[in-house]
Every structure is written in C-alpha cells, then in structure tokens.
Design a protein around this ligand. Structure first.
Ligand code: GTP
Ligand code: MG
Length: 358
C-alpha cells in the first residue's frame, strides 16, 4: 500500500520478479496484482546440495499490490475499496517515496517522506476508529436493551473502549499487547492497525540520507511489530528482471553483495512471526512455515494431519550441525539427533523427522 506513484508496483515487481507494468501517472484502482514469492533460504540450499533431493521446496510469502492510493485524490469509493483489500492481508507493507523525479510527479507536489508516512498511518488509524465507533454504538444499544448475552458483550465493549482510547491518541492496536483470546475475539473486524507493519522507503537509485530518515520514522512510529527499512525499488526491479548471470555481473560492478529484496522477503517472514523448520531426504528438501512458539506436534500437523494424530516423537537436529555431520545417518551415529516429544518448542532452522503410527 502507499500513495500514488510511490513505487508500489515497482517494489512488488522486484519482490516477485514479476513484470507488471508501472505507470508514469497514477493509474485508477483496479484488481490488485498478486504473487507467490519463495523465501530465499541458504540453509535449504546447502542442505539440498548435501542430500541432492529430486525436489527443493522453499517457504512462501504472498504479496498483493493494491492499485491506487488512499484518500489523497478525495475518492471515497476507491479508498473504501482499498481498505477492503488491505483487511484481507496478514501484514501491511507501506511503500513511501523518497525519490524525486521530474517525470513522475508526487501527488502532493513535493516529496516529503515523513509527511506521507504520517498521513498513511493516520489513515489506517482512522479506518479502524470508524469500525470501533460503529460497533460500540451498536453494543451500547444492545446492552441497554438487554439483547446481547451480558458478560460477553460487556467484555467486548470494554475491549473496544480500550482500543478506541489508544486509537484516539494515534496508537495502533498491535502495540497494545492484547491477549491471544482478545485478538481472536477481534479477528472478524480485521483491524488494519492490528496487523504488523513494514514501512519501506523507496529510495530511488541513491540512498543518501536514508539512515537518518529511518531513525526519524522509527521515532514517529515507536510501536510493536513495526519495521522500518529502505529499498532502491527501481534498481532492484531492474536487477530482478535480468538473467541470473547478468544480474551477478551488475551486482559485482555496483558492489552489491546481497539483493535488498532478499532482505525484505526475509523481513516480511519475521514480521509475520513465522519461522521455518526443515525436512530432508532423497525425495524432497523442504522449508515448512509455522508460527513462532509452535510445538513439535504443530509442526507434524503442518506436514500432514495424520502425522499429528499418530505422533510418537520427533527426531530433531540443528541444520548446521546436520550439515557438519555430513548426513542423517552420520548425525545419528554422532548422537546429535535429539528425540523430542509433542510439546517441544520448534526452533528456526531445526531439521525434523516425525515418527508416527497410523
Ligand atoms: N526516478 C525514479 N522513478 C521511479 C523510482 N521508482 C519508481 N519510479 C517510477 O515511478 C513511477 C510510478 O511507479 P509505480 O511503481 O507504478 O508506482 P505505484 O505506487 O505502483 O503507482 P500507482 O499504482 O499508479 O499508484 C514509474 O514510472 C516508475 O518507473 C525511482 O526509484 N526513481
Ligand atoms: Mg501501481
């Protein structure tokens, strides 16, 4: 998401290695572009080099490029449509423009990234506030006429009053440290400020002064689950469009060690509080996605429900230790493969083999 001509589609293309057309003038809202992006993972690459499986399956993140911008052009219908699309996301990636260009006018005249950031953030707060106020009004009415089951409705009202107070001061819901139970109760509202947020400054080809800008943005939004970073969107998009060997040559020439987009994809994954565990074998080496704090039996369930149902135990070894041992049999012989029960909390980079009965 972002203002018009901020470079949303450019960043999307870089992340997705897609070739969606970018427009010099803000295009009217339409269907959002979608892409499934593989999460770059050197652990998986190195394990695959050892196990030489028939298939390598990385973890995935889905990105959606929401067309058009929020309120700047005063088009309320379009704003509502965009807000609706944003509500479906697990996290928001806000593209804020820092590049100047004579060819691509900024919708507000001058380039001012902090102003844009503040405006977009306020817009999200306002969207949630509108929902909260509407719901509160209803709840109060129901409570007065004794319609709703009292205790649940009272709890919901108290929760919404707390949220409203925070939003009124510009504080997003994700910063309130709400309990899992409360978050679950709120899920159907799909509050925008309850979602993790990544602010991405689209820097143009020069990233001069961007470190300071990032600091200022962090001070402006000192909230939980809020990341601020930068990407040279257009450059990354152009690199992403090249053949791999050609891209390598350019990277060397420009002194780029790692593509920024690799970092952004990995950051998206972390922002969603996801980790990967790995499975290895001659058929497939694979990175599986689970929430931080998930247990071995949760991990089994991600692979297949039968594995969770018939779970006996999990054989677990850190990916690097497995690599150093040179194979699964060797690792077992060295005694570094641990046997873990259902409630073992999985760590990022664990290689896991589930033992189960059918
Ligand atoms: N000079 C310069 N132009 C850029 C940069 N990044 C994007 N652009 C240009 O800015 C224009 C808008 O980029 P888009 O990626 O289409 O922006 P958008 O946010 O998707 O725009 P809308 O979807 O129309 O709101 C395009 O012409 C891009 O080529 C940059 O880093 N420097
Ligand atoms: Mg676009």
């Amino acid at each position: 998401m972002g203002l018009a001509s901020a470079g949303k589609t450019t960043v999307f293309n870089a992340l997705a290695r897609a070739k969606v057309e970018v427009a010099t003038f803000a295009a009217p809202g339409g269907e959002p572009h979608r892409a499934v992006v593989h999460v770059p993972d050197t652990r998986l690459d190195r394990l695959a080099a050892l196990f030489k499986p028939k298939k390598v399956t990385p973890a995935e993140v889905r990105y959606v490029d929401v067309a058009g911008s929020l309120q700047t052009d005063g088009n309320a219908a379009q704003s509502a449509q965009i807000i609706g699309q944003l509500r479906n996301a697990d996290a928001l990636l806000m593209v804020v423009r820092t590049f100047a260009s004579d060819v691509v006018p900024h919708p507000l005249g001058q380039v001012d990234p902090l102003r844009d950031l503040k405006m977009l953030h306020d817009e999200l707060i306002l969207a949630d506030l509108t929902v909260v106020e509407k719901r509160l009004e209803r709840l109060e009415k129901d409570l007065r006429f004794g319609k709703s089951g009292p205790s649940e409705a009272v709890h919901e009202r108290d929760l919404l009053v707390q949220i409203k107070a925070a939003l009124d001061t510009g504080r997003p819901i994700r910063d309130l440290g709400l309990s899992d139970a409360d978050l679950k109760a709120l899920r159907s509202y799909a509050f925008l400020t309850a979602k993790p947020l990544m602010v991405l400054f689209n820097t143009g080809d020069s990233d001069e002064g961007v470190e300071e800008l990032i600091e200022q943005a962090r001070a402006l939004l000192p909230y939980a689950q809020t990341e601020v970073t930068a990407l040279a969107g257009r450059l990354e998009m152009e690199l992403a469009e090249l053949e791999p060997t050609e891209a390598e040559e350019f990277k060397t020439a420009l002194g780029i060690e790692e593509l920024g987009l690799t970092r952004i994809i990995q950051l998206s994954y972390r922002l969603l509080q996801l980790i990967s565990f790995l499975t290895v074998g001659p058929d497939e080496c694979r990175a599986w996605t689970i929430r931080q704090g998930s247990t071995a039996v949760d991990a089994a369930g991600v692979i297949h429900t039968d594995l969770a149902r018939g779970f006996i135990r999990a054989e677990v070894v850190d990916w690097e230790a497995l690599l150093a041992a040179g194979g699964w049999t060797e690792a077992k012989r060295q005694g570094i493969v641990r046997s873990e029960g259902k409630s073992y909390v999985v760590r990022d980079g664990d290689v896991i083999n589930i033992l189960f009965s059918v």
